[in-house]
Design a protein around this ligand. Structure first.
Ligand SMILES: [Zn+2]
Length: 392
């Protein structure tokens, strides 16, 4: 999925980013429209205006995709799901949510909001195309017609009922409402999606054998949909396994902490080398303020490690903190936890706990064996002082 992205600004308070690949896609669309679409539509057009129209069309296309994603993001926010930002990347846009929708109605409205925006955009260009007088310049007509066609295509593609497309989420929300169980709804929606995905692969390969190179694209999209469906199912399975389990059950407590004023060099010796954990909570005035990770320290030069304190380099994302009574399933949906692999658990007692992805995975395996709460989970309240689990 999308990797690193450049932040280009905010819209409606939501950070917007573009993937470096996005520039390549804009260039490709500009080139293909300038080299064939506009010369085909406008008799005798010179290359420079044809490519300029191509560039304008590519930018308008991405503006349409941005509006589509804003539709998702604004509705998610209104429904109480926090939005991290929107990334424009290879195949369009992605709205990054900080947690997953909790009710079928939330998911339905969130998933339908994007396509609803695209319907409006496509309709506007469709009406504009019909309303253009016959005397209108051919360039304007070709530009409007292209936006109508491409937005209709985006709409149709997004409504295919397969994860991670909007159609897959809409289908799950509807089934979820019918059967009342998100795990079962996810399995059913994923199975339907798989059917479409395999049909795409089969059709794509047949078309390729028959000599249509575009068939490879179709097969590739099918393959991508198979993988995305599987990822959605396993994420759901993990969240379902942990529903009803509190963070306090799985944390290691009390965690070994590092005072914020400690230099990084000192912490490397006194904590990282000694306990061999991957991260430690940082405390300031007896309060946990963040996590310092080995990855962050490894990225620093020896002189930097002598200068900086762990308080300065700690990850302070509020999403890395949970209450000991919080549901583990909700934590797993958070992007901050997936990124760092650790969370700080706060409770009524003195000291903090730490919950690591390693611990969660171990607990998941134990739960699967049907021995929840027995040996193997190192469940909370124990006497073992711990950083963040030695492995993983
Ligand atoms: Zn969408």
């Amino acid at each position: 999925m999308p990797g690193r992205s450049w932040r280009i600004g905010h819209l409606a308070g939501i950070p917007i980013g573009i993937s470096p690949l996005w520039l390549l896609i804009v260039a490709l669309i500009t080139w293909s429209l300038g080299a064939s679409y506009y010369p085909d539509q406008i008799e005798g057009i010179a290359p420079a205006p044809a490519y300029l129209l191509g560039l304008v069309s590519a930018l308008l296309l991405f503006a349409s995709i941005l509006l589509h994603e804003l539709g998702h993001a604004v509705v998610a926010r209104r429904r109480g799901v926090r939005v991290e930002g929107i990334d424009l990347w290879l195949l369009g846009g992605v709205s990054k949510l900080k947690d997953s929708p909790h009710r079928p109605d939330d998911e339905l409205r969130y998933a339908a909001a994007g396509p609803a925006v695209t319907v409006v955009v496509a309709a506007l260009f469709g009406v504009a195309s019909l309303a253009l007088p016959s005397s209108a310049p051919a360039a304007v007509r070709a530009l409007v017609d292209y936006q109508f066609a491409v937005n209709s295509l985006i709409l149709g593609f997004n409504l295919i009922p397969a994860f991670p497309l909007d159609g897959g989420r809409i289908l799950r929300a509807i089934v979820w409402r019918l059967v009342g169980d998100v795990a079962r709804a996810t399995r059913i929606a994923a199975a339907v999606g798989r059917g479409f995905a395999f049909a795409f692969i089969a059709l794509g390969l047949l078309a390729t054998v028959a000599g249509a190179v575009g068939g490879l694209w179709l097969a590739l999209i099918g393959f991508f949909l198979v993988l995305a469906g599987r990822a959605e199912e396993s994420q759901q399975e993990i969240e379902a396994a942990f529903a009803g389990h509190e963070a306090g059950e799985l944390m290691a407590f009390p965690a070994v902490t590092i005072p914020a004023g400690t230099t990084v060099e000192e912490a490397a010796r006194s904590h990282f080398a000694r306990y061999r954990y991957r991260s430690f909570p940082v405390v300031e005035d007896d309060r946990a303020v963040g996590l310092v990770t080995i990855d962050r320290i490894e990225a620093m030069s020896p002189p930097e490690r002598r200068e900086a304190t762990v308080g300065e380099i700690a990850e302070r994302d509020p999403d890395l903190f949970v209450d000991e009574h919080d549901d583990v399933a909700a934590l797993l949906g958070r992007s901050a936890f997936r990124r760092v692999g650790r969370a700080i658990v706060l409770g009524d007692r003195d000291g903090v706990g730490i919950l690591s992805a390693t611990e969660v995975t171990r607990a998941l395996r134990a739960l699967r064996l049907g021995s929840a709460g027995a040996e193997g989970t190192d469940a909370g309240g124990g006497s073992r002082p711990s950083g963040a689990g030695a492995s993983g």
